[in-house]
Design a protein around this ligand. Sequence first.
Ligand code: SF4
Ligand code: SF4
Length: 135
Amino acid sequence: MAKRKVVLTYPPEQVDKPITYHLVKDFDLVINILRAEIREEETGRMVLEIEGDEEKIEQGLKFLRNRSIDVQEAARDILLDEEKCVDCGACTAVCLPKALHLNTGTWKLEFDKEKCIFCELCARSCPLKIIEVAF
Ligand code: SF4
Ligand code: SF4
């Protein structure tokens, strides 16, 4: 049995489709939804932990990609060196779930790990490279 953690990004036309049902029923996979941010008629994001036969997992991910769902491997953790942060806000612009935001009172960066979907975009956007992605 293999286990993978992936980030799915849905186009609006797929948001109301029962894709986790298909992963379970058609590919015999065990699905654990770690995060989900899906609104009707908008792009949706979901972090899934998928467990099952390696080949079936690959088939399931191919099934998703064939439905125009973007599938990326998810990071295990995001680590931010707050001491070195200059609160420039560059990382907040790419953080779609708003896990990173500037406090409008103090203009300091705040990180709400509960909202993070481990997409890694912040790590790539930080000019100081102080955001680390752990796999
Ligand atoms: S990895 Fe970074 S950009 Fe992505 S959701 Fe988490 S904090 Fe936001
Ligand atoms: S991009 Fe880097 S330096 Fe700028 S606010 Fe984010 S973590 Fe801090």
